[in-house]
Write a protein of this length. Sequence first.
Length: 316
Amino acid sequence: MLTPSPVDTVSFNGKQVYVKRDELLDLAHPDATAAGCPSGFSGNKARKFAYFLDHEFPGITRLVGHGSPQANSLYSLSVLARLKGWQLDYYVDHIAAQLRQQPCGNYAAALAMGANIVALDPLASTAGLGCAEYIAGHVLPGHEDILFVPEGGRCGYAEYGVSQLGQEIVTWVQAQGIRELKLFLPSGTGTTALFLNKYFMNVQADIDVLTCAVVGGEDYLRLQFSQLCPETEFHPRIVPLAKKYHFGKLYPEYYRMWKQACATGIEFELLYDPLGWLVVEGLLAAEPGIRLMYLHQGGLLGNDSMLPRYRRKYGP
């Protein structure tokens, strides 16, 4: 079981914001420490993968996943595999030559933990298949020793660990005597936001979940919600964005906001959090009396690759 993460209070734009610090959630593995990796089974992915950690899977020897070579899920899955005594095979569309030559971030940390990272682009048999299709057709058939985890942990199993997170937040809110709390987090597939909102509604907590679409737009995010949970009453509120942003693109306002958020004394990551805090800035301006909690979902290893990119483009 994971130990509950703390909640800190910070001042942002002269307003008080609570920060649920899931980046400090950490079930370290000795091999991760020995390899010089800064964290173990941690952050948002530890919540999504908690079910696999806490339950037994007789006969499983391999863990199979897919996504980006710098995804937070890659490193978290590598630690999960080491904790469970499994081999991780992780499929990616492509690995840039520079990353192969100079491994960094989640990619380097996962390699240090023994992950087998397979790029599909040189495989002649892929015939243009994506990772999920390739795994379904060429990896899983006939192998009952494999446990497959969808990209980023977007599956029903994630509800188990996210509900534990929800319970921690409810316990903290009750201890503080806070009413009408708004919990905000930026979303990729929206898995965490959805299952948190569902948990709060089921226990009748006075907590509303707000989120924004970082990957794709609002329609994409609603589709992700619906595929995981058809009951729309459980879907969290999506905060509309002032402009369209492309996932992974470097924006000067992102870099400015990241520095401003980190000035609170807490380091944030550079892929999701900059847009998240831009939305927080708008929420605080629009609702002066709002009681707001920001969910820090971890992912700080990604800064090893993202921060040099920002500095090359926009300076220190």
